[in-house]
Design a protein around this ligand. Structure first.
Ligand SMILES: [Zn+2]
Ligand SMILES: [Zn+2]
Length: 379
């Protein structure tokens, strides 16, 4: 290692010295002055805005720092990118020798038709939405309205305005179908979450019965890791929620913040052992949170947005209907921009990028594609 590499390694090892703007652009703190250098990936390699790079044309310590940090992070943190599914092969013979051949119009939508040059067959693929009575945009709009807190009857009324006449039962069936599809796909992706998690709770009424919804969230990314619906607040066994969060994140946190109820303490000791500690959130702490520090925003984000909305949504669900709560979790993690995350989603902050404006649609299409491929391999 030369002198610059050693200095670069030192920068990479310090905290908060490198800020990732995107995959090709990093800001690295100057180690002597109060400014930052831009390290940018060009076709010819990395460039840096510092004098060392400019005058000596050498690989400066900032570039070394980014490279070292990237090598380190790539081992633990690889972004997952979920993007629009491109139709790239024939539906029948799987040849990639296909061309676009006009648009098929049906009652409500226009669908691209392809022609295969090898088997000469024409086909169209409405991935994930084949045979549905509404278009992908209409169905996903209905889901979005629902998870933003509208009842399925109100969603039905909104659909009428855009020319879609379906019953509120159909709306509920769409939600069940697509939440379960999305869940199967998204559950396989591991979010990169931080070292402090917190439990949160909501009082629910499901068909008139009092219930509690407990949730485990990561503080840094706000990723909602797991949940359980419980009859009682203080004494039900909550360890399944702890197990699930551990499984989902493939790690355990250094700290947990909870209200310190006995059953939580028990689950904590049993599931997460003594590698870390449980921080009991006292009434006093809760009070401080309300004065507006980061933890308060955290709680606000979950409590007043997700949960307030949830109280409205749960009215329509049956006792055993977990798809609604799963749908809220998907909405919270992957769809809804969070103010406290500068408009990002928890998924964005956990290394899961979903591209495009209609994230519901992108996830559904990718989920359908991944399940199809799976079945083909089975055969
Ligand atoms: Zn430099
Ligand atoms: Zn073909």
């Amino acid at each position: 290692m030369n002198q610059r590499q050693i200095r670069g390694k030192q920068i990479a090892e310090k905290q908060n010295q490198i800020i990732r703007i995107d995959k090709t652009h990093y800001k690295v703190n100057s180690q002597s002055r109060n400014k930052q250098h831009d390290v940018i990936a060009l076709e010819s390699g990395w460039s840096c805005s510092c004098e060392d790079r400019f005058f000596r044309k050498t690989c400066c310590k900032h570039i070394h720092a980014v490279e070292i940090s990237l090598n380190f992070h790539q081992k633990v943190k690889d972004d997952v990118v979920i993007s629009e599914v491109v139709i790239d092969c024939c539906k029948y013979c799987k040849s990639s020798n296909i061309v676009k051949r006009g648009i098929r119009k049906n009652k409500s939508d226009n669908i691209q038709v392809f022609c295969c040059k090898d088997c000469t067959r024409k086909f169209s693929i409405n991935l994930g939405f084949e045979g549905m009575r509404a278009t992908p945009d209409q169905i996903t709009m209905a889901m979005n309205l629902y998870f933003n807190g509208e009842s399925s009857r109100k969603v039905k009324q909104s659909l009428v305005l855009i020319g879609v006449k379906v019953s509120h039962i159909t709306v509920q069936n769409w939600i069940k179908k697509y939440v379960s599809l999305m869940e199967k796909y998204l559950d396989k992706i591991t979010p990169h979450v931080g070292e402090q998690w917190r439990t949160d709770e909501l009082y629910l009424k499901i068909k008139g019965d009092k219930k509690y919804l407990f949730a485990m969230l990561d503080s840094e990314t706000r990723f909602w890791l797991s949940q359980m619906v419980s009859e009682h607040k203080g004494n039900d066994d909550v360890s399944p929620m702890f197990t699930e969060a551990k499984k989902k994140a493939k790690k355990i946190p250094k700290t947990l913040i909870s209200d310190g109820a006995a059953n939580f303490h028990h689950a904590w000791k049993e599931q997460y052992k003594a590698k870390n500690f449980l921080h009991k959130e006292t009434e006093h702490n809760r009070h401080i949170h309300l004065s507006g520090d980061m933890n308060n925003n955290q709680m606000e984000s979950f409590n007043s947005n997700t949960l307030r909305v949830r109280e409205k949504v749960v009215r329509g669900i049956k006792k055993d209907d977990s798809s609604i709560i799963k749908g809220m979790q998907i909405h919270h993690n992957f769809i809804r921009p969070h103010q406290g995350l500068d408009g990002d989603t928890p998924a964005d902050r956990s290394g899961i990028k979903i591209q495009g404006d209609n994230k519901w649609k992108i996830i559904i299409q990718n989920a359908t594609k991944s399940l199809d491929t799976y079945h083909e391999e089975e055969l």
